[in-house]
Design a protein around this ligand. Structure first.
Ligand SMILES: NCc1[nH]cc(CCC(=O)O)c1CC(=O)O
Length: 309
């Protein structure tokens, strides 16, 4: 019987801390363990320190995970809590995603000052977002809109909006909900016309593949449906790119043992896009996503990908 507390790695942003606390609560409930059995260890990542540039410019995926994964691999942490959306598609050797918590709302939230809906923005309005997917999706629907880079934690972005640096911004509804900011969105975007990022809204837990005790502990809180959906979406992403330097959207939903997947790729200016819709057995989630990635790549043709640089 373990007596030393489990060491849980997390970033220090309010959202990351909320996710670590939710994970700890679920583990306490599942195993009847006291809070004292879990120590939350806050680490700073490159993504937290660099907030003035777009993630695409400073290197994309891995920015929010590298420091934490190094401490997992070395044994200083027992497991780490992440936003699945921030996870590179390829993990370091010896680490794996050992649990997924039940998914929050996958949709993007629109937060407007005067205009409350994306399509109600006046001609030439300014929208703040650092996400290439959101930028391209906005331009697909509203080529007249001027998209500016908005980065930083949720409160920073909302403050920039309140100061008038933009007419609107977009954030993951899941993050706002976890922060208790349910009344902040002025519109929840439809996931067909404004599809979410692969793995959006899902908390995952990363641990060492060989750590049977920790993996056993985490297995008790793994949500099968979320795992299947996120595995499918990450398969799609891995086939197409795996960085966050490209406008890729995709989401899977599970009904019974069946996964339904929709994916979209866009040129950064949103002037061209391709969609794919597939379904298959949830047991084959990763392959379903990878096949969808291959199919959309064939459909788009090589010249489409020149726009991704
Ligand atoms: N890269 C930032 C990031 N990573 C995960 C979330 C939201 C929470 C989630 O999708 O689980 C966010 C903020 C946002 O997109 O608004």
């Amino acid at each position: 019987m373990q007596t030393k507390p489990f060491r849980i790695g997390t970033r220090g942003s309010p959202l990351a801390l909320a996710q670590a606390h939710e994970t700890r609560s679920r583990l306490m409930a599942a195993h009847g363990l006291p809070e004292a059995m879990f120590e939350i260890v806050v680490l700073s990542t490159k993504g937290d320190r660099i907030t003035d540039r777009s993630l695409a410019l400073i290197g994309g995926k891995g920015l929010f995970t590298e420091e934490i994964e190094a401490q997992l691999s070395s044994g200083e942490l027992d497991f780490a809590v992440h936003s699945s959306k921030d996870m590179p598609t390829k993990l370091p050797d010896g680490l794996h995603l050992s649990a997924f918590l039940p998914r929050e709302d996958v949709r993007d939230a629109f937060i407007g000052r005067a205009a409350k809906r994306l399509l109600d923005l006046p001609q030439g309005a300014t929208v703040g977002s650092a996400s290439l997917r959101r930028q391209a999706l906005i331009r697909r629907l509203r080529p007249d809109i001027n998209v500016i880079v908005f980065r930083g934690q949720v409160d920073t972005r909302l403050a920039k909006l309140a100061e008038g640096q933009a007419d609107a911004t977009l954030l993951a509804y899941a993050g706002l909900k976890r922060l208790g900011k349910l009344d902040v969105p002025t519109e929840i975007l439809d996931p067909v016309s404004f599809p979410p990022a692969p793995a959006q809204g899902a908390i995952c837990i990363e641990s060492r593949t060989g750590d049977a005790q920790v993996n056993g502990l985490l297995a008790a809180i793994d949500d099968r449906a979320t795992r299947a959906a996120v595995t499918c979406e990450r398969g799609f992403l891995a086939t197409l790119d795996g960085s966050c330097r490209t406008p890729i959207a995709g989401y899977a939903t599970e009904e019974g043992e069946h996964l339904q997947f929709r994916g979209m790729i866009l040129t950064p200016d949103g002037s061209r896009y391709h969609e794919i819709e597939t379904s298959g057995p949830a047991g084959n989630a990763g392959q379903l996503g990878e096949d969808a990635g291959q199919a959309i790549r064939d459909k788009a043709g090589a010249d489409f990908f020149e726009s991704w640089g």
